[in-house]
Write a protein that binds this ligand. Structure first.
Ligand code: GLN
Length: 198
């Protein structure tokens, strides 16, 4: 079956690795370009997007991940990972991103006084809309989407989950709940990607 990689430079990558293993899949920590070559999909975890961005540049993983994302490998970003996938960060033109998704995001957008909260929010899985438990921690939200971006979930009128082809992003952390559906979706995307490559 497929190998799902988790970028393991900083942040809550361990929770993602455990969730992937709960699905019975092979999980791989990605710290180098060599590691990246072995995966069929990549998860960018939550953490501190400025720090992760610096480490991406230092390891050359920024270019390598961008290349694979543009070549169709599924990438799923949660929270800081969503920020890294975005084209634009509101008010921070100097912060580098991978610039893979046609979205703009605002960091820490729910207000600094609200460090974290949980909510059950409707999520569009294509065939059905299902409520899922969402954990938000100093979360961003999406302020703009391009024409190819599908909005999958909103919370209080704010866009908190999006998909653009092989790229998926949520402002919240499913890996901190026992809901496996988002990771199962990534696994399905990885299988399709692998099948398409032959
Ligand atoms: N606030 C963090 C950032 O802007 C993201 C928080 C998280 O990933 N839980 O990088």
């Amino acid at each position: 079956d497929v190998t799902v990689g988790v970028l393991a430079l900083q942040g809550d990558f361990d929770a993602h690795l455990q969730t992937i293993r709960k699905l019975g899949l092979h999980a791989k920590e990605v710290r180098s370009q060599r590691d990246l070559e072995e995966v069929d999909a990549l998860i960018l975890p939550g953490g501190e997007s400025t720090t992760i961005g610096k480490l991406l540049a230092r390891t050359g993983l920024d270019v390598a991940i961008r290349d694979r994302g543009q070549a169709g490998m599924p990438i799923y970003g949660t929270c800081a990972g969503m920020i890294l996938l975005a084209h634009t960060i509101e008010g921070r033109p100097e912060q580098p991103t991978l610039d893979l998704m046609d979205i703009a995001v605002a960091r820490n957008a729910f207000g600094r006084q609200i460090e974290s909260f949980e909510a059950d929010i409707p999520f569009d899985f294509g065939a059905e809309v299902v409520p899922i438990r969402a954990v938000f921690i100093r979360a961003p939200y999406v302020t703009k989407v391009g024409p190819d971006v599908r909005i999958l979930s909103k919370f209080q009128d704010k866009i908190v989950a999006v998909r653009q082809g092989n790229l998926l992003a949520t402002a919240f952390h499913p890996e901190l709940t026992d809901n496996l559906r988002l990771h199962a979706l990534v696994a399905e995307m990885a299988r399709n990607y692998r099948a398409s490559r032959g």
